[in-house]
Design a protein around this ligand. Structure first.
Ligand SMILES: Cc1ncc(COP(=O)(O)O)c(C=O)c1O
Length: 385
């Protein structure tokens, strides 16, 4: 199968126990919402999954040394980031890791800060532990969302408060630059904040000239107060196998993080560990082909969306999620409006931005085209009213 048909020809998940497709089961609504992609995982991953399944024993698992080596080699090759094996803490998911970060703050601080809009668990995790969540709106500069440093300067904080950073950013698709990260880290250091940098989307920078910069790799000082979250799950489309990791160089913070996990957070499953290793070791050719495919889907969608009256799309620099301002459409509820016209998008209200929508580009161009046709007809019907 050629690389392109690999992405054009997606497995049919209509009758599968799939979160994305199951939501609209039995209804003619194309699901372009939750952040998983419709594509098959890389061929080497699929082969390994088959062999592991046939092995027939599914006992408790433990991270194997080859996986640690694969992670160290990967972070070094892609990000020039040299990490120590002792800094790695494995977890079955990133939402769980965001909640662990908040849990470890329970006795130390009361405030969690984050940018909005943002991936919904950033907004809900603090409340799960009776912490207040301070939402700091990103600032739109031209067609790109960036951090609002004036607002950061004005915001009161206490030493030890937690900042949940999404880098690259879901849903707005910003890949923060070196300057932005430097300025952010100076501010966080001055305020003595703990930072959780969720970098789950970091392998999916769509512009070939952009390079992801792990926050903790900027300088040793910020590394001392940063918990970095990474995973192969978004990049290689393995979220169903629950395998992610935190990188925490500061031993005291690592200990607090592990204490907050104790007795609650299970290890990833054996299949997750094994597939993570194969994805990191053998997935590069597939990842490059994926990036090309996503870039084409993004450009195709932007061209169409820009022509739809009432919608303002923002071009993502990273990942397969496209943020759209639908407030000009004058639909009472844009999310429901598009569902009624056969397209299931993510509702901006869940991200802290009512009137906005998030479209998932991780699907075949054919499906994307059908969804855009429906959206175009829906927008035209509003104009004609
Ligand atoms: C920024 C971010 N963090 C975490 C997650 C979820 O990770 P997991 O499925 O490992 O809980 C997502 C999924 O969309 C995400 O976009």
């Amino acid at each position: 199968m050629s690389v392109y048909s690999w992405f054009d020809d997606c497995p049919d998940r209509k009758d599968r126990p799939s979160l994305k497709w199951g939501k609209y089961s039995g209804r003619d609504i194309l699901p372009l919402w939750v952040a998983d992609m419709d594509f098959r995982a890389p061929p080497a991953v699929v082969d390994t999954a088959r062999k592991e399944a046939e092995f027939g024993n599914y006992g408790y698992a433990k991270c194997h040394p080859e996986l640690t080596d694969a992670v160290l080699e990967y972070t070094s090759r892609l990000y020039d980031w040299k990490i120590d094996p002792n800094w790695i803490v494995w977890l079955p998911g990133m939402v769980c890791a965001l909640n662990v970060c908040c849990r470890m703050q329970q006795d130390n601080a009361s405030q969690v800060l984050t940018h909005v809009p943002v991936y919904p668990p950033f907004l809900s995790a603090p409340g799960n532990f009776d912490l207040t969540c301070t939402q700091l709106p990103l600032r739109l500069q031209g067609n790109r969302f960036s951090m609002d440093f004036e607002l950061l300067e004005k915001t009161p904080t206490q030493p030890g408060d937690l900042f949940l950073l999404c880098h690259p950013h879901n849903p707005v698709g910003t890949a923060f630059t070196n300057q932005e990260l430097e300025r952010f880290s100076r501010w966080a250091e001055e305020r003595e904040l703990l930072v959780c940098s969720d970098e789950i989307h970091c392998d999916l920078l769509l512009e070939p000239n952009l390079k992801h910069l792990p926050l903790a790799n900027l300088n040793p000082k910020i590394a001392e107060s940063t918990i970095t979250l990474m995973a192969p799950s978004k990049t290689y489309n393995l979220p169903g196998f629950g395998c992610s990791f935190a990188v925490i160089s500061n031993p005291d913070i690592r200990l607090r993080f592990k204490k907050a996990m104790a007795g609650i957070v299970p290890d990833p499953p054996a299949m997750g560990f094994r597939l993570a290793e194969i994805a990191y070791r053998q997935g590069e050719e597939w990842r490059q082909a994926l990036l090309k495919y996503l870039r084409k889907n993004r450009d195709f969608a932007l061209e169409r969306l820009h022509k739809m009256t009432g919608l303002t799309p923002y071009s993502p620099e990273a990942t397969y999620l496209l943020w759209i301002d639908a407030r000009e459409l004058k639909a009472e509820n844009p999310h429901r409006f598009f569902e009624e016209h056969g397209v299931g998008l993510s509702d901006g209200s869940d991200f802290g931005s009512p009137g906005f929508l998030r479209l998932n580009l991780g699907c075949s161009k054919n499906l994307l085209g059908q969804a855009l046709d429906r959206m175009e007809r829906a927008c035209s019907s509003m104009v004609q009213k």
